[in-house]
Design a protein around this ligand. Structure first.
Ligand SMILES: [Zn+2]
Ligand SMILES: [Zn+2]
Length: 315
C-alpha cells in the first residue's frame, strides 16, 4: 500500500529490514487514541484541563525537538548551559522520537546526502516514505544494536557522524535510558495529573497519547511536506521548501529552504516577521546568559528585495 516501486527498489538495494517493534510501537499509540478518545468523549463532559496540558506539553516536547535535537545537537548552531541541555534532552525523551544521538545522526546524514539514496528520509521516494515509512526500516547491520550498548566501538560504528555528541555525557545517558525514561515519565506525569484532577483517562488520552501523536506527525511533516510544497527563495539545489504552514505546525522549522541552504544558522526563518518561535526562545535565553554563541548567516548571503523575497539563487 505504502510501497511504490522506487521504495521497493531502495529497500532491496540498501538491504533494509522491517522493524516490527517500531511499527507496533507507533501503531499502538494510534489505536489506543482512536478507540479510547471517542469512548472518553461520549462518557465525559468537556473540560479544559487535559487540553491545557496537551498544549503545554506539545510546546515543551515539540520545542525540545526543534531547539534541542535539531538546532542545538544536530547542527550546533548555538551553545547552551547544562540546565538547558538537560531540560531539552528530558523533554525530547518525552516526545518519544528515539534518542537525541540517533535522531541527530539520521538528521546529519539527511543534510549530507539530501535527496539521494543515502538520505534516510529521501523526499524523492514519495510522501509516505519521507513522512513515516522510513522509520520502520533499519539497515541490516544495525538491526541488533541496542541503545544500552554504549561501548566505544559500537558508538563509533553506529554514529560515525556524531563523534562530538558521543563525548557529551548527558547525550550518552539519554541514549541509554531515554526510551524508558520517556515512556515512564509520560505515563507518570499524566497519571498523577489525572489522579489530582480526577480525570485519569482525559489526561492520559489527551495530554499523553494524542499529544505524542500530534508532535510526531507535525515533526514528520518537515521531512515530507517541507520537501514538497512551498517556496524556494534561497536555493533550488535541493527539494527543501519554505512553508509557512509547516512553520506554524513546528515552532518555525518550516522555513526549510533557508535551513537546508544555511544549516549552521540558529534561525530557520531569518526575517523579523518570520514565524520562528524556536529562534525567539533561543534569543530570549541568550539575553539571560543561558544560551550563547548564536551562529548567524551574513545578511549579504541572503539579500532580500523590497517584498522580503530572496533574489539571488542558487546559492
Ligand atoms: Zn537540519
Ligand atoms: Zn530536510
Amino acid at each position: 500500500m505504502f510501497m511504490n516501486d522506487l521504495v521497493k527498489k531502495h529497500i532491496k538495494e540498501k538491504n533494509l529490514k522491517f522493524d516490527c517493534t517500531v511499527f507496533l510501537f507507533l501503531v499502538f499509540f494510534k489505536v489506543v487514541a482512536l478507540i479510547g478518545l471517542p469512548i472518553y468523549f461520549y462518557h465525559n463532559e468537556f473540560t479544559w484541563g487535559p487540553w491545557i496540558i496537551f498544549l503545554i506539553f506539545s510546546v515543551l516536547t515539540g520545542m525540545s525537538i526543534t531547539m534541542g535535537y535539531h538546532r542545538l545537537f544536530s547542527h550546533k548552531t548555538f551553545k547552551a548551559n547544562n540546565f538547558i541541555e538537560s531540560a531539552l534532552l528530558f523533554f525530547g525523551a518525552l516526545s518519544l522520537q528515539n534518542s537525541c544521538l540517533k535522531w541527530s545522526s539520521d538528521h546529519r546524514t539527511h543534510h549530507s546526502y539530501t535527496d539521494t539514496d543515502k538520505d534516510p528520509y529521501n523526499a524523492k521516494l514519495g510522501f509516505l516514505w519521507s513522512h513515516i515509512v522510513w522509520i520502520f526500516y533499519t539497515p541490516t547491520e544495525n538491526r541488533y544494536v541496542k541503545n544500552n550498548d554504549v561501548s566505544a566501538e559500537t558508538l563509533r560504528h553506529e554514529f560515525p557522524n556524531c563523534q562530538d555528541l558521543i563525548q557529551n555525557p548527558r547525550v550518552l545517558k539519554q541514549h541509554q535510558f531515554g526510551h524508558k525514561l520517556g515512556l515512564l515519565s509520560n505515563f507518570f506525569i499524566m497519571g498523577v495529573m489525572g489522579f489530582l484532577f480526577n480525570d485519569l483517562w482525559g489526561y492520559l488520552l489527551i495530554g499523553g497519547f494524542l499529544r505524542i501523536i500530534f508532535v510526531h506527525q507535525t515533526t514528520f511533516c518537515i521531512n515530507s511536506l517541507a520537501h514538497m510544497f512551498g517556496e524556494t527563495p534561497h536555493s533550488e539545489a535541493h527539494t527543501a521548501k519554505d512553508s509557512l504552514f509547516c512553520a506554524l505546525l513546528t515552532f518555525g522549522e518550516g522555513y526549510h529552504n533557508f535551513h537546508h541552504t544555511f544549516p549552521n544558522d540558529y534561525r530557520c526563518g531569518p526575517l523579523l516577521h518570520n514565524y520562528d518561535p524556536t529562534k525567539w526562545v533561543i534569543v530570549g535565553l541568550s539575553k539571560v546568559g543561558m544560551t550563547w554563541d548564536l551562529k548567524r548567516t551574513s545578511k549579504s548571503k541572503y539579500a532580500f528585495d523590497r517584498r522580503g523575497f530572496k533574489v539571488t539563487k542558487p546559492v
